[in-house]
Ligand binder design. Sequence first.
Ligand SMILES: Cc1cc2nc3c(=O)[nH]c(=O)nc-3n(C[C@H](O)[C@H](O)[C@H](O)COP(=O)(O)OP(=O)(O)OC[C@H]3O[C@@H](n4cnc5c(N)ncnc54)[C@H](O)[C@@H]3O)c2cc1C
Length: 414
Amino acid sequence: MEQAVLTSLKVAVVGGSITGCTAAIELARLGCVVTLFERSGEELKDRGAGIGVPPSVMAAYIGRGLIGADVPYFDAEHFVRRWRTAAAPEFGVLAWEQPANIALLNWGGLYQNLRARVPDGVYHTGQRVVALHQAAQGVDVALANGEVQNFDLVVCADGYASLGRRTLFPTLELNYPGYVLWRGSLPASAMVAAAPMASGVHALGYPDGHGIFYLVPGTDASTGRDQRLVNWGMYVPVPDLAAFMVDRDGRAHEGSLPPGAMPLATEAKLKSDARHRLPDFYADIVAASHDTYVYAIYDCEVPAYRAGRICLAGDAGAFARPHSGAGALKGVSDAVALRTALASHPDLETALTTWDREQTASGNQMVRFGNQLGRALVLEIPDWSAMSVAEMARWFTASVTIEAELFDAWKPAS
Ligand SMILES: Cc1cc2nc3c(=O)[nH]c(=O)nc-3n(C[C@H](O)[C@H](O)[C@H](O)COP(=O)(O)OP(=O)(O)OC[C@H]3O[C@@H](n4cnc5c(N)ncnc54)[C@H](O)[C@@H]3O)c2cc1C
């Protein structure tokens, strides 16, 4: 039964992306008085990127009324693992069709569905939170415009460089493992032949990493043949990250180089390297993609998900490398679990203690899972072209030991 004392809490949510929107929806439905602060001056733009979610989780989101039943996605039943060789330059050697079960959707489709369900008057754009102070009663939230507002509870859903995480754990640092994810997309209609992309997620191994290619619905949320996109990412080593993250106008960036920012010579070099790393079919997709962009890969375990009345959720908590493709899922799960904890305990302290213990364990487990995948698929990737299907299966099972538990742990209660 939902507890009346906790349902009337005054809650601030910092950040209005996937995690922040979910927290705002869930806590407002519980009866909390929610204010969401998003630093962007306008509604978040479609990032054009794809995300993968287990279909069971999609069903759970639909069942909870977080997203509509009509959210478009593609089902993927395999990781099609290939490796370029001299004898197979066009598609590479097919090393393994690894069974999988993933719904592939457009980040914008998920975000827009969640955003549409945040109640009117809750979401405030152009509001950067600059400081959080635990007060005698609740938390004081300081905004860039000089205002300070007091809340019973603050949920920091402010992403991987979270102010909330830095406030709670000032000495905690993100770990950079030495590689970045270079991303792009291409309308499937621009490809000479898109049919080979129809079967699952294509994973292309090469000596210092791998590439991922898959279809996602178009930015207008359509799965139509002419609207769909091939979304791709390649993990590539970058030893000197600071030098690499300087844009074409000489400005230094942290975390990502957005579309249109990368120096043209860098993009040209990455495309030329892709010719050697990838089979021709995939290198052609990369070559034809414009305004490609880069995310630095980081990871970070956290000692806790809350201190006092400040909570961390989504990428603001434990931050995993993106190999598991479970970042959005984890953000939604953190928010759903917070509502469940508030609804099922009579006092705030017990609710937050329980939630903190569970999210810290599962969040840090996801980081370790991402690190295992990073080691297996980037830092120590073996030559798949020389391996039999049985050897591939043995290698994966030996390298990645916590996958099965992971998705169960992320499945939100419906
Ligand atoms: C390279 C890469 C690849 C990924 N691939 C996948 C994938 O395949 N599948 C998947 O599920 N996930 C993927 N993710 C993760 C996914 O993008 C995130 O996990 C997901 O968007 C949830 O993030 P979030 O809402 O916690 O944080 P974010 O999406 O980062 O949002 C944080 C929000 O907080 C706002 N904000 C920040 N600071 C402040 C402040 N001080 N005041 C107010 N607002 C603030 C920001 O403007 C932003 O809107 C990937 C992430 C990366 C980096």
